[in-house]
Design a protein around this ligand. Sequence first.
Ligand code: ATP
Length: 270
Amino acid sequence: MFESIDKLIDDFVNVIDSPIIPKNKDKLFVGVDLGTAYIVVTVLDENKVPVAGAYKFAQVVKDGLIVDYLGALNIVKQLKKEIEDKLSCSLVRAAVAIPPGTSPNDTRFIKNVVQDAGFEVTNIVDEPTAANAVLKVMNGVVVDIGGGTTGLAIMKDGKIMCVADEPTGGTQCTLVIAGTYKISYEEAEKMKKDPQKQREIASLLKPVAQKIAKIIEEYLPKDSVEVIYLVGGTSCILDIEKVIENELKIKTVKPKNPLFVTPVGIAMHC
Ligand code: ATP
């Protein structure tokens, strides 16, 4: 079901370490994702094939709100330069994403960070809509479970019927782990991503997954929804799709690597 998406995201992960010099350096699609947990810069070539990427774990944005302007600016500048050095060209234009419902003021701050880092901002798109540039869902619900929030877009006949964003995501998962094992936030964040601990972590985080299901349920349209598509880093949690499917009795699926779907989709909107 996700074969081509899995390949696209695998290709993106590969170019983070081994960039590909694009043939046409004047026509690049760039996306900047200022997330609660990660800041990601994605570069696609003229055929929308990934050629470079860079990301950094940072806590300079909280639920779409810039809480450390200079910190965010420095990271975007640093990631931009890192990619420019690797590709030997300038990154000029970029699209950015915001959680649905971000106020015009907060949207301006996000745009300013990206502009001040040296980009011309060509588009501002909400996160689940960005993700859907990759998923191409015509009918169903796209759910982006990120660090701070869960965003969703209800799609009907290829049109967005509703977008929403609610505070629950990976940060809450990490706090649950830290509290349960009496360890620091950083240790808990590491444990959450440890492949050896996945089963233990998945059962511990079941209540958070159930809460996410409740959020989705609130926005479900009255007429039937056939499939729920999960993306975003927190969708990496083992079997989270099974918990949501069991709660809502709606088929729930996710690609192999849900983490970079939205950043790649943002670049597609450039
Ligand atoms: P937001 O969309 O809320 O602004 P963001 O854009 O930073 O946040 P993502 O990059 O989609 O969100 O996801 C980040 C979250 O995913 C973090 O909480 C991170 O700990 C979590 N995460 C990343 N990889 C994994 C993994 N393998 N297992 C579990 N959680 C993961």
